[in-house]
Design a protein around this ligand. Structure first.
Ligand SMILES: Cc1ncc(C[n+]2csc(CCOP(=O)(O)OP(=O)(O)O)c2C)c(N)n1
Length: 274
């Protein structure tokens, strides 16, 4: 694993956020707040943690990464393009008819393992991959990035029980814990607290971190598995809409898209050129 100065991750995350704003503006699509929320997590994962190769996206021994909150796929596309998995100009076609990049994440894109969009599907698939890796005697890890909305789904908890029962220490979940969902805040939808304790009681090794502190993200993810014979769970506290002052922690940044004026203002907030 290669460690990097936090500023390098922050710069990548800022470029990813700027791409997401331009992509959703061009496509007149929503979910930009969901993308901004996880940009720092993706920057660290793809720069230093995941053993992947942009030149060989299907390398058999690669780590697997599943985005369960598939509605935020634009942020993964932007990160993959920055890493060189495909040309950056593909981003200009996001959410457009006949474009290369669909709104919800698609495995037709190089570097994407699985298509998601219906919440609660990512972890069951990741658990299946962990089982397959064990049966095949392979050393690669499986990472699953989830939302708190994903954790409201029953399928997630069934997968958690299965993973703990089988002691999958090759499985790592990162939760983008922004506590804002599609139509309301978590405390008004389904409250999960005490979240970490619930997950521990399901047999996982849990760490809670600041999901925008790149140094802390790197340090934590470099220490997986947190316990032998247990799957690892990172509860990353984040802010929906992070980086754009007027979007932060709002419900409206879930489905809303930005107009010309808002795009310019948002890019200014990020310190990016319009
Ligand atoms: C099974 C299912 N039900 C409903 C939806 C519609 N939906 C899309 S995103 C979302 C919730 C968004 O909040 P969260 O999952 O916490 O993700 P965030 O964008 O905040 O990271 C919902 C209910 C869905 N995609 N799948």
């Amino acid at each position: 694993m290669q460690t990097r100065p936090p500023a390098q991750y922050e710069q990548l995350a800022a470029r990813v956020r700027a791409h997401c704003l331009r992509m959703t503006h061009r496509g007149k699509s929503g979910h930009v707040g969901s993308m901004l929320s996880m940009a720092d997590l993706l920057a660290v994962l793809y720069s230093s943690i995941l053993r992947v190769d942009p030149k060989q996206p299907d390398w058999p021994d690669r780590d697997r990464f599943i985005l369960s909150k598939g509605h935020g796929g634009g942020a993964v596309y932007a990160t993959l393009a920055e890493l060189g998995f495909f040309p950056k100009d593909w981003l200009n076609t996001y959410y457009l008819d006949n474009g290369k990049l669909s709104g919800h994440i698609s495995h037709h894109v190089p570097g994407v393992e699985f298509s998601t969009g219906s919440l609660g599907h990512g972890l069951p698939v990741a658990v299946g991959m962990a089982l397959a890796a064990r049966h095949a005697g392979k050393q690669h890890r499986i990472f699953c990035l989830m939302s708190d909305g994903d954790c409201n789904e029953g399928s997630t908890w069934e997968a958690m029980m299965f993973a703990a029962h089988h002691k999958f220490d090759n499985l790592i979940v990162v939760v983008d814990y922004n506590r804002v969902q599609a139509l309301g805040k978590m405390e008004d939808v389904i409250e999960m607290e005490p979240f970490a304790r619930k997950v521990e009681d399901f047999g996982w090794a849990v760490r809670t971190i600041d999901g925008h502190n790149c140094g802390q993200i790197e340090k934590t993810l470099s220490e997986v598995p947190f316990a032998s014979n247990k799957p690892s769970w990172v509860l990353a506290r984040t802010v929906k809409g992070k980086g754009v002052s007027w979007m932060e922690n709002t419900v409206s940044c879930h489905y809303g898209s930005v107009n010309d004026e808002q795009l310019a203002k948002a890019l200014k907030d990020l310190g990016a050129n319009s």
